[in-house]
Design a protein around this ligand. Sequence first.
Ligand code: DSN
Length: 456
Amino acid sequence: MHLFCGDITTILSEIKSKDPELFGYINSELERQRTGLEMIPSENFTSEAVLQACGSVLTNKYSEGYSGKRYYGGNEFIDSVESLAVERAKKLFGVPHANVQPYSGSPANFEVYLALCKPGDVVMGLNLTDGGHLTHGWKTSATGLIYKSVPYHVKKDGYTDIEEARKLAIENKPKLIWVGATAYTREFPFEEFAGIADECGAYLAADISHIAGLVVGGVHKSPKDYAHVITTTTHKTLRGPRGAMIMVTERGLKKDPGLSDKIDKAVFPGMQGGPHDHIVAGIAIALLEASKPEFKEYAAQIVRNSRALAEGLMKRGQKLVTNGTDNHMVLMDLTQFGAGSGIFAQEALEASGITVNKNTIPGDPSSPFYPSGIRLGTPALTTRGMKEKEMEIIAGLICGCLGEIKKYKLPADKEQRAKYIGSFKTEISASETIAENRKKVADMASLFPLYPKMGL
Ligand code: DSN
């Protein structure tokens, strides 16, 4: 058997010779990323160092347990890798305890429930269609099926309804409250939620998956002095591999000195088996990168870009939830194009090489599958080096694409929708405006090369 430990180019060349079909798909995806504008707010481009760690020999190891306490032999170096990641996470986020083993954000959040709640306990989180995450208690998620979820909402202006959350917490006495979201464009009210959690005796968990990089970069308030537990994915603004972490704060240990142990036991053996050590190594590198001064500048530029994008869209007549943004994300309210028009916007933009995702808006007149908004984010474009000037151009391109969807309306009859959207896609692919935009997008993308060393 041929073994290798080369760089990422070598690894891809191995795939090319052994499995040309798979290689073709990976290569096409690389080309898609290179030639388009990636604007899904939860996506980013990791460094080549992170990619190398994720493709490394660490994938070969089993290491159930924790550093120094494993159920398998041969973990001398894995222990060092995991300890490095843990220590870097603790230092970067200013917390006394970090678990870097969660496979991704949803398992991480579920592990928090497992650590702190019993089935049937009351839990609270931001309602999904108001911007909350599935795992914050949505009815079709295990978190809403196993626990009694009492969601809070945003107000008409799109900001969190703190008063409603306080009232619901006092009435329902939740065991666990989540602060954090997946489609929210303003600063999270950590301090207010700490007060609410204290009033009703709940644990407060801050899910900072979207904004972890902004917190580290100093452009979003940290939850460390307010929450008891912090969860985050590692692949969004933090720009690491696809994984997650759970952290316990000093405040958490003050409320419950056994909290770290409860979290660790919930991760393993409660929910997971062997950690993905290659991903833990990628997390360690991402945390090192995020500790550098240039990451602060990166985080600040993400927000400057997001604001420039918001301005560019609003001055062209687009409606944004909360009329702007404080973070990496813009949430467009497309109800002026008709209820459920997020799908048309997503498809028209994709045909132009701009990748976004359809998303519900607060009080959405349609449904989560056919929502009336789209989410746009700047983390990936900022990684490529784009600045405010490019955001202004992109805002113009987006509005040009949206001009093409005006005449399309989501059929009220659900049976007709798939066929209608199929015809829409065919028609949009023949649009001259879309074709011109596709060229402009590719030209702009080529000015900001992505993975230039990855020669295929
Ligand atoms: N799917 C992630 C996002 O896009 O925000 C959250 O899990």
